[in-house]
Design a protein around this ligand. Structure first.
Ligand code: SF4
Ligand code: SF4
Ligand code: FES
Length: 233
C-alpha cells in the first residue's frame, strides 16, 4: 500500500502504521494491542460508542475518549493503560455486570464469553459480594422468535445483534425495545412466515453476540440436556 494512504501513530510507545480512515480501536486490535470493547464492529460507519470500555487517552485531547469512534491521524500519540483509563473502564464494567446473572457454568458462552475475557483483563470478578446484583424485571428466557432464544439477564445491550441484523438482506427487524433499565432486544415481526427458516440459516446475531444472550433454540436445548446429563452422572 502506498505511503500516503497509510497513517503512522504511536500507541503505548509502539509505532504502528494502518490505512488512513481506520478507527483507532481497530488499528490497535489489528496490531496486537488489546483494548476491551463490546459495542464496536468492524465496518460500522457510526459506532454507537455506548459500552464505554474502549477508552484511551490521546495526547492533546481532553480526557479519555472511546477509541472506536476516533479515526487515526498521522503522529497521534495514544495511551491505553493510564490509571484514569483503567478506572473508567472498571466503572463501565461494574455497571455491565450488575445486571448479569453470573451463571457462567450454565451458559453456552462459558469460556469464550467476552465478558469473561474483559474481567480477566481488568482483574475484576464477574460476581462479587461488593457488587449488588440488580436483575432485570424480565423473564429469564424470552422465546418469542421461532428459532432463537434470548436471555435478557445475560444481555449487555451492546447492540451488535441489532447492527448485524440490519446488514442482512432481509425484511425483518431485530431492534432495541423499551427504555432505560428495561431496555431489551426485540424481534419485530418474528411470527411472519419464513422468518424461522431464514434465521436458522443466517444466525448472524447468534454468532456475533459477545455473551451467551442469543442462541438457537435447538442448540440451547441440546446444550442443556448435555449439561443435565453431566450433572446427574
Ligand atoms: S438470524 Fe439473521 S435475520 Fe434472524 S434475527 Fe438474527 S441477524 Fe436477523
Ligand atoms: S443480545 Fe447479545 S449482541 Fe444483542 S445486545 Fe444483547 S449482548 Fe449484545
Ligand atoms: S467499543 Fe467503544 S464504546 Fe463500546
Amino acid at each position: 500500500m502506498s505511503k500516503d494512504v497509510m497513517v503512522t501513530l504511536t500507541v503505548d510507545g509502539l509505532e504502528i502504521s494502518v490505512p488512513r480512515g481506520t478507527k483507532l480501536l481497530k488499528a490497535c486490535l489489528d496490531n496486537g494491542i488489546y483494548i476491551p470493547s463490546l459495542c464496536y464492529l468492524d465496518g460500522m460507519d457510526h459506532p454507537p460508542a455506548s459500552c464505554r470500555l474502549c477508552l484511551v487517552e490521546i495526547e492533546g485531547r481532553p480526557g479519555p475518549l472511546p477509541s472506536c469512534s476516533q479515526t487515526v491521524e498521522d503522529g497521534m500519540v495514544v495511551h491505553t493503560e493510564t490509571d484514569e483509563v483503567r478506572l473508567l473502564q472498571k466503572t463501565a464494567f461494574r455497571l455491565l455486570v450488575s445486571t448479569n446473572d453470573g451463571k457462567c457454568r450454565l451458559c453456552m458462552a462459558n469460556k469464550h464469553c467476552e465478558m469473561q475475557k474483559i474481567a480477566k483483563f481488568l482483574h475484576m470478578p464477574l460476581r462479587t459480594k461488593k457488587l449488588r446484583h440488580i436483575p432485570k424485571d424480565m423473564p429469564e428466557v424470552i422465546e418469542e422468535h421461532p428459532c432463537i432464544v434470548y436471555e435478557p439477564n445475560k444481555c449487555v445491550l451492546c447492540g451488535r445483534c441489532v447492527y448485524i441484523c440490519s446488514q442482512q438482506n432481509y425484511d425483518f427487524a431485530l431492534d432495541f425495545a423499551k427504555r432505560g433499565f428495561n431496555t431489551t432486544i426485540s424481534f419485530f415481526g418474528s411470527r411472519e412466515e419464513g422468518v424461522g427458516d431464514y434465521c436458522r440459516n443466517c444466525r448472524a446475531c447468534v454468532d456475533i453476540c459477545p455473551v451467551g444472550a442469543l442462541n438457537l433454540k435447538d442448540e440451547r436445548d441440546a446444550f442443556l440436556q448435555n449439561l443435565q446429563a453431566k450433572i446427574s452422572a
